[in-house]
Each structure stands twice: as C-alpha cells, then as structure tokens.
Design a binder for this molecule. Structure first.
Ligand code: M6R
Length: 617
C-alpha cells in the first residue's frame, strides 16, 4: 500500500531511490516518483503507471543530488495519474512529501488552507499534508524568531492530522541535508549506516545497504541526516528505539533466474517449510522449543479458548490453524477476519489467547483486531514473517515463519510456513498443557520438506499443461472438505488474484445446496480428494458434478483407479500426515493459478488493483 524510500548521504541519490522503489513496487504500482535536492533546488520527476515509466522519464529528465525521496503509489484519494503521483510539492515550492496512508480529515484541512491562500494541484490527501507543513514553516519559533525548522513544522502539523500515515518530507529551506519522517499506522523503517541513512516502508528495500534497522513506533517523528538519526516520541521527548539486526539474505529478495517472484517463491517452499521448524523441534526429547514466547506456561494452561484474526490468505491459514489446534491441543478456536472482528463487540477475557496471523505484520485490519482483543484483556500472539514488524512488536508471543522476503503479491510460501508455524503452536500448547507430545507428530514434520519438494518437481509441468487446457474458462469452482476446505478457498483466491478468472471455494458437501446450479460443461471443478476420512464423501460429490457434465479435476494421494471414470484430470500428490496434507495440497493449486495467469498475459507478480501490504482499513 504505497512504497516509501529515502536516502541522505554522499552517494548519487537517484539510482539508490530507483533500486529501493524496484524492491517496493509490490506495495503499489499506480504511479511513481522521485525528488532529489541539489544546489538548493527541489527537482521532481513523476509518472503514471509502473516504475518503468518513471525510469523512461528519468532517462530524458535526469536528476542528481545526495538526498531525496521516492514513492510508488497505490491510489486511495484521486485516480492514478501523474498529477496525483507523489512526491507532492507544496504551493510555495519549498518542500516535497511522500505519503502512505489516508488522512481522514483532509477536506476540512484543505478548506482552511484554501481560505488562507494555499493552492492545490491534485486530488490527493497528501498535498494537504505538504501545504500544512509548509504553512508551519512560516510560524515563529519558540524564541519568537520568524520561521521554524522542518521537524518542528512536522510536529505541529501531525497534531492536526486524523487517520493513518507514514510520510517523509524534504525541504530546500533550513540547515543542510535532512529528511523528516512521521509514522502513525503504516510502517516506516530506518536503515543505519556510516555517514548515510536510509528510509523505507519495508526492510526488504534496505537489505543490500545495511542490516541494522530501527522501526518507528506510532507517533514517532524522525530526522535523518548523514551523521545519524534523532527520534521523538508522540509526547515530543527524544527516544532511542531498539536497533534490530536483519537476518534475511539480500539474495532471497531477488528472482534468482525465475521469470517471476511468484514462481520462485513457490519453489522456495521446500526450504522455507524446513527453516520454519528447524531449531524449534527437539527430536530426541520430543519437545517444541520456542524462545520468543513471553507468556508463562502457567498462564498458557489457564487459556480456555483461542481467537485467530487475519485477512486474505492468512485468514485461510487461520481456518486450518483451528483444525490443528483443536485436534492437537484440544483448545476451542474461533477464526475471524481482522476487518470484522473489532466491529462485532467481541467477548474477551484474560483466559483468551488472540493470535494474529500476518505475513507482513503490517495489515491494518489484522493489527486493529489484535489490539482490540489485547485491550480487552486477551493474551496476544502473532504468527508473522517480517522481523520487527508491528504485529511482532505488540505481541507477547511471536512465532516467526522463516519464509524470507515474499515479494510476489500473491502469498505462497508465507501461507505454507504459516501452516507449519500453527502446527508448532498447536504442539507447543499441547506440551505446556499436558506435559508431552507424541513423537509421531514430529516425524510427520520431518518428512514434510521431502514431500513438498516432490510435489513441486512432479507437478510443475503438469500444472502448466492443465493451465494451457483450461485458461479460457470464465469460472472455476474449488471443492474441499474438513481441513482441506480452506485449501479450496485458497486455490480459488490464488486463481482470482493472478488470472482474474472468477473462482469460488466451497465445502464439497455444500455444493448441492446451491452452487450445483452453476455446473455445466464449461465449469472446471477442482476437488481436493486426499485420503482423510471424508474421501468417500468427496468422491460422491464429484459424481454429482460429473452427472451434470462438469469438468472434474481431482487432486488426490489415492490410487487414481479409486476415482476412475469420474475425473477428467487427476493431480497426484504424496501422502503425508492428514494434519499436514493441506501444505502439500496447496502447491499444485498455486502452480495452476500461476500458469493460468501467465497464459492469460496477466502480471502475476503485481496483479491489478492489489498491493502486498494493506496498511489502510
Ligand atoms: O501480510 P498479511 O498476511 O497480513 O496480508 C493479508 C492479505 O492481504 C494477503 O494474504 C492477501 O490476501 C494476499 N494477496 C493473498 O495472496
């Protein structure tokens, strides 16, 4: 949801900003722009559309300087256009600002500024912030001298802003190279280095420059100069924020020879799944080892129920988490969308554990739901992929998914590793509450990376062939039962996101209560028919599809003979423990979505209208 980059130092700023934007483009790609300051001049170049358009423009309008800002936009206020692209320059041409978020009270502020003589060139809420800060540059400072410094002007302006924002601003006035940034909601991370400092929405943009980062907290204002960083908290006091050392390898954020990040990330899953349980399982003593849980065993034994909150693919992981936790730890679990939870006046007490699942750790809806539960007394855990992100900072227990940076907008390896993390959480709760866990759970986990590798290597070309056969279909139905029903939802979501084909996931048994009316020979039905206790039931549902001429594509670990005569296509997957089978089953569906999107000419890494981190509600 908009990518922000900034640099202050000695290097040529524009190539640095463009590299950062390339790494953040998955956050939004409606327009992009940069500002660089040289010899007291604000120079901006902006372009509608993807980053390549900006690159082309920069080739004919080159900029230079040693500090500046870059932005890639996911439009909220104002259509995607060059006029609405960031950076926004104020009406007096003395500062430029980039912004991620929504200023809810931008209209009254705009009216007031217009009455004071400020003019506007765009439809955005961001330009209001630029003019508001500029208006405060004219206000006398505390000593009564005319004019004030940028940081003071920003602190005064933010007191008037309502909504969620992360912004950064540079000015040609005042003393020397500096970037001032403010955060209330969406993420901002500062990269620290000798004689130069970096700013970004996401640490993946900083990895090639530094591994030492500071995450700004809500209400913080920071000033970056080549010499260092100063931070003030919401009460205006200077604060020292913890310096985190990133463990991600910059190579993980590259395509590594694959045509798309999505395909690379599907392949990453063998390693990512293994990395997520490595070091956390003591196979000798059959124990789960977590060192990032700050809730005592005694308190965990008091927990009577669990509330999972998440969005999108992470919500699907939550639905499977319910099966895992209820089956293994025997604690009742409810799962809700982050965007729904806080508005339903939830019943919460200190015997409830809330678990927020989020790849980014920055999804506004999920964070709000987590905070709502925590404020009402629940203990708070997160399953999260991004070190130091907001979800990890507000939680008392953090279970990291060790997937590495996920760049493709469609979540793949984040999902499979979330399932591994939830399996570990279920085992941990059982261990704490009953004293032991059965070794067979761990043996099943040890076998998983091999099965994941097997399904990727056997099914990739097969899924490419299926995509070639069915990519013209206008609708798809995905069916699953029990623990595989959420995989049907996830398969449908992947196809929708990547190929723009309408797809629905349904519990197989529910099909006869409505969706069966849609079945005809044009409707491919992808069914999860792996060998758990509902296999025979799913088989009967497929008979019902076939009887109505539907195209049956069955994913199974059983002997294909058992589905003989019903299926048009069979996707064979290896058998693993039933609780881990969803991790294997989802992979062919990810591949099918990927190859279908490619066939239809869609931009699979950056699908239309989507953004990787949804940091607005
Ligand atoms: O970062 P999060 O896991 O909190 O993101 C949640 C959803 O926005 C995300 O899973 C989204 O649905 C993906 N595009 C799915 O592929």
């Amino acid at each position: 949801m908009c990518g922000i980059v900034g640099y202050v130092g000695e290097r040529d700023v524009v190539p640095l900003l463009m590299d950062g934007l390339r790494r953040l483009e998955y956050r939004g790609y409606d327009s992009a722009g940069v500002v660089a300051i040289q010899d007291g001049c604000l120079q901006t170049v902006r372009a509608e559309g993807k980053l390549d358009r900006l690159k082309e423009k920069l080739a004919t309008h080159p900029l230079a300087g040693h500090y500046g800002l870059g932005h890639t936009r996911w439009a909220t206020h104002g259509v995607p256009s060059e006029r609405n692209a960031h950076p926004m320059v104020d009406a007096r041409n003395r500062l430029a600002l980039i912004h991620n978020g929504i200023i809810e009270n931008f209209l009254p502020l705009k009216k007031r500024l217009i009455a004071e003589g400020w003019t506007f060139k765009s439809d955005t809420d961001t330009e209001v912030v630029a003019n508001l800060i500029s208006s405060y540059l004219d206000v006398s400072n505390a000593a009564g001298a005319p004019g004030t410094d940028l940081k003071t002007a920003v602190s005064r302006a933010v007191q008037e802003l309502e909504g969620m924002y992360a912004f950064a601003v540079v000015t040609i006035e005042g003393d020397g190279q500096q970037i001032v940034a403010a955060r209330q909601g969406p993420p901002l991370v500062i990269g620290l280095a000798e004689g130069e400092q970096f700013l970004a929405s996401d640490p993946s943009a900083l990895l090639i420059h530094t591994k030492d980062v500071v995450f700004l907290e809500n209400g913080d204002i920071a000033r970056l100069t080549p010499a260092g960083v100063e931070i003030w908290d919401k009460s205006g006091e200077t604060v020292k924020r913890q310096v985190h050392r990133l463990t991600w390898d910059p190579i993980q954020a590259e395509k590594g020879g694959y045509k798309h990040f999505m395909l690379k990330e599907i392949h990453d899953q063998t390693q990512a799944v293994q990395d997520t349980f490595a070091g956390r399982v003591d196979f000798e003593d059959s124990r789960i080892l977590f060192d990032t849980i700050q809730v005592s065993d005694e308190d965990l034994r008091r927990i009577e129920r669990i509330q999972i909150v998440a969005c999108g693919t992470s919500w699907h992981a939550g639905l499977i988490g319910k099966f895992l936790i209820e089956n293994i730890a025997r604690v009742p679990v409810e799962v809700d969308y982050g965007s729904e939870y806080r508005y339903r006046d939830p019943i919460v007490d200190d015997r409830m554990l809330a678990v927020g699942i989020s790849q980014s750790g920055e999804t506004a809806d999920t964070l709000s739901a987590m905070e709502a539960a925590h404020e009402r007394g629940a203990r708070l855990f997160t399953v999260c992929n991004v070190p130091g992100s907001q979800a990890t900072r507000i939680s008392e227990g953090v279970i990291y998914t060790h997937a590495g940076p996920e760049i493709g907008v469609a979540s793949t390896k984040a999902f499979s590793t979330q399932l591994v993390a939830l399996y570990l959480l279920a085992l941990y709760l059982r261990q704490v509450r009953t004293g032991s866990i059965d070794r067979s759970y761990l043996d099943a986990l040890a076998h998983l990376p091999h099965a994941v590798n097997d399904v990727i290597s056997r099914q990739e070309s097969r899924m490419e062939a299926l995509a070639k056969r069915y990519f013209r279909a206008e609708n798809f139905l995905y069916l699953g039962r029990g623990i595989n029903y959420p995989i049907a939802l996830e398969g449908a979501l992947k196809l929708k996101e990547i190929s723009y084909i309408h797809a629905e996931g349904y519990p197989a048994g529910e099909m006869k209560h409505g969706p069966i009316a849609l079945i005809d020979k044009e409707m491919p039905v992808v069914a999860l028919a792996t060998g758990d206790q509902v296999f025979e039931k799913v088989k009967s549902n497929l008979q019902e599809v076939k009887a109505r001429d539907g195209v049956v594509i069955a994913l199974t670990d059983r002997d294909p003979e058992e589905l003989g005569g019903i299926c048009d296509e069979i996707i064979q997957v290896p058998t693993v423990s039933p609780l881990l089978q969803p991790i294997v089953n989802v992979i062919p569906l990810q591949l099918l979505a990927y190859f279908t999107g490619v066939r239809r000419g869609a931009d699979v890494d950056q699908p239309r209208n989507l953004a990787k981190s949804v940091t607005v509600e």
